[in-house]
Design a protein around this ligand. Sequence first.
Ligand code: HEM
Ligand code: SF4
Ligand code: SF4
Length: 531
Amino acid sequence: MNGSASPPQPHPHPLRRAAQNGLMQVEGWFDSAFGPKLNPLTQLGALGYFYFWIVAATGIYLYIVFETSINGVYDSIEYLTVEQWYLGGIMRSLHRYASDALVITMMLHLLREFVLDRYRSVRWFSWFSGIPILWLAFASGINGYWLVWDQLAQYIAVATFEWMDWLPLFGEPIANNFLTRGSLGDRFFSLLVFLHIALPLFLLFAMWIHLLRISRPRVNPPLALAAGTFAMLFLLALYKPALSHPPADLGMVVERVSLDWFYLGFYPLIEIWSAGWVWLLLVGTSTVLSILPWAPPFKRSSPAVVDAANCNGCTRCFEDCPYGAVVMGPRDDGRPFPSIALVSADLCTACGICVGSCPASTPFRTSTQLVTGIDLPQFTLDKLRKDVDQALARLKGESKVVIFGCDHGNDIGKLASPDVAVFSLPCIAMLPPAFMDYVLTRGHADGIMLAGCRENECFHRLGVEWTELRIGGKRDPYLRDRVPRDRIATAWLAPSEPGELAGRLKAFRDNLMAMKISAAKDGEKEHSHVS
Ligand code: HEM
Ligand code: SF4
Ligand code: SF4
């Protein structure tokens, strides 16, 4: 039996769907290997921050001990690497490998957010602000390679300035400065050192801006993941210490260098193509990335609206909104509450999580029209209650189940039958716990199944977490104690796991039947005792 669903969402393009299925498959393997809480693929942003802090901490040590003159720097780094390998050498290697890990993590994070489609429409900001992060991260790393002033640094410096010279900005080609021995002095080198402090600081600033429009971003990986990933970098530093090339010599042309492909991979292109084409590639890619959030198909649902008469200013919607779209403002309607919820329309993704948070979202209210404190105009709670009432009245069978699903999870429509009613919501956390109470304690159904995105992969970031906490009685509005928890099953699964969902539903219904039979037997026993 198909109940009601939120207004239809555009289906992902088949290519995106295929990429999502592939990603979910790989993340599933990582879940099995590390457990969902320590899966590195689901916390790439937090790992990015962690690697940044390792780079910053090791960088401070290197800055304190290395010499910042063009003639002294190479020897001072050699000293750190060879003589002081146990400290300076390890710091240098950690600095390099954590920088590489930052780039790998950042690129995977970009790909993952793209594949999961978490960058469109009102969610444009984090994506758009990620583009300067890309440039700043690469610029910081490339600039770092110059500071060693070995032959690799010389190769990059010359190639970079040849590339920059393509722009009609400088009268004299700056690459000419690298043609003769002694043409570069300490002042030039001080500029490089200054840049290597300024660029990472700008990067950190950009990373901070990146998260301004989402609430409760995860910026720290769990301790075990941080320790494990640090241990890997440390072992790599011991096994394959970062080394320098021979010292730079502007009197000769560098012929062979081994590149760090994560940072320097596009340098060979400057030679193979031309500086102009490489500019076109990089600026073109950045431009395409920048406009992606506004590329069709457009999907924009109307933002949540607050009903002043039903809002008591409890702040739960403000606490739960994953996008910081709710603020608490002063009231001017004369009601005896200190504040009222206000929704910023251009931040609201219409996920409905706030509807699930609101204490006024209770179907037990007797009014014919259910008006809550905050609601989605295109999919109101009143409509959900009416649809649930109608579906429950039609449910037949021995183990009647209501499935509440999520538009971004499995297609639950296929599971509908005379004894199973299904309702798809914009996010599973739109379902107020009072609705579970309503369905079960009124005896309309034997069980409820909540089918949402996989743990740590929630399309709306916090939906699965809030739902778990509400059922567990750890977050307001919590599910009342009187609701039997063994009649609620959760299935946090990827859209690519319909078979697993069907299996879980069958197991749940078998369990409900077994409970029914055992309750009937207990009833019979009690009856025979009494008589
Ligand atoms: C140093 C590099 C980066 C770091 C450390 C970083 C960090 C983060 C963190 C911590 C989150 C929040 C995750 C959560 O709790 O849900 C996030 C979200 C996001 N990031 Fe990044 N990021 C980086 C680069 C990028 C880049 C280059 C892009 C794309 C161009 C990007 C696009 C996004 C998007 C689309 C989101 C999701 C926003 C949403 O859920 O609405 N990030 N990032
Ligand atoms: S619908 Fe979602 S994004 Fe909009 S205010 Fe409610 S919780 Fe925030
Ligand atoms: S959860 Fe409901 S009552 Fe509480 S502040 Fe938000 S709209 Fe008002």
